[in-house]
Design a protein around this ligand. Structure first.
Ligand SMILES: Cc1cc2nc3c(=O)[nH]c(=O)nc-3n(C[C@H](O)[C@H](O)[C@H](O)COP(=O)(O)O)c2cc1C
Length: 204
């Protein structure tokens, strides 16, 4: 069993999200799994530049062969896509930024959601190719997104949509209210860690 961890924790040592991820790492250590880590702060996903998008359309939508020079433009995205496809389980860890997924993490999703690789059209609709695999999304946010605030949450919920589109079965654990309730941070993180342990305990 190969577990891929995709993390974006620019807070480094003081990251709240990292404290929750640590629980996942502790569980993984006690299981016979291989862990591979993609640290997005060190290995930035490529964006779709006009040149790169043209190759993507020609190759992935048009089924055309492109020259090695132009194909090379897709090397970064292809590498990250192959890395995801080779994993049996995915764990993502990133904080909420501006009500959403931080841009570098969204860039990773854009890099791996390649037609013909992780999903495709079928006569009956879209088909995700990563079925049968599980993903755990670990995050933290300053506010709490429930009740009449729930509509503002586009972070864990968007990851769930995107990963689900590729066929993954997704669970999310978010340590919410980090900035809203500073006195309760330890409690909030402890509770998120417990949820992570429970989910991974069921999966592994
Ligand atoms: C650039 C930036 C944008 C943020 N935007 C939001 C936001 O829209 N909503 C929210 O609830 N918290 C927001 N926060 C707060 C973080 O999500 C929160 O402090 C989180 O615990 C940080 O995780 P980390 O310590 O792992 O970096 C933001 C923080 C930063 C640095």
């Amino acid at each position: 069993m190969k577990v891929l961890i995709v993390k974006y924790l620019p807070g480094g040592a003081i990251s709240n999200t990292r404290k929750v991820l640590e629980e996942a790492l502790a569980v993984l250590k006690s299981r016979p799994v291989t862990v591979e880590t993609l640290d997005i702060t060190a290995d930035w996903p490529d964006f779709f530049t006009p040149e790169r998008l043209a190759v993507y359309y020609e190759r992935n939508y048009g089924g055309k062969k492109v020259s090695p020079e132009r194909q090379a433009l897709m090397a970064g995205m292809d590498r990250m896509t192959a890395q995801l496809k080779a994993a049996d389980m995915l764990i993502m860890a990133y904080p909420m930024h501006n009500f959403s997924i931080p841009a570098p993490v969204k860039a990773w999703l854009d890099a791996v959601m390649l037609k013909g690789e992780t999903w495709d059209f079928t006569p009956t609709g879209y088909d995700g190719f990563l079925k049968g695999r599980k993903a755990l999304v670990i995050s933290s946010s300053g506010g709490v997104y429930e009740g009449n605030m729930a509509f503002l949450e586009h972070s864990a919920s968007l990851a769930k949509v995107d990963l689900g589109f590729m066929g993954l079965e997704v669970e999310t654990v978010v340590a919410e209210g980090i900035n809203k309730f500073p006195d309760k941070v330890d409690e909030t993180i402890k509770s998120a860690r417990e949820k992570v342990r429970t989910i991974l305990g069921q999966w592994l």
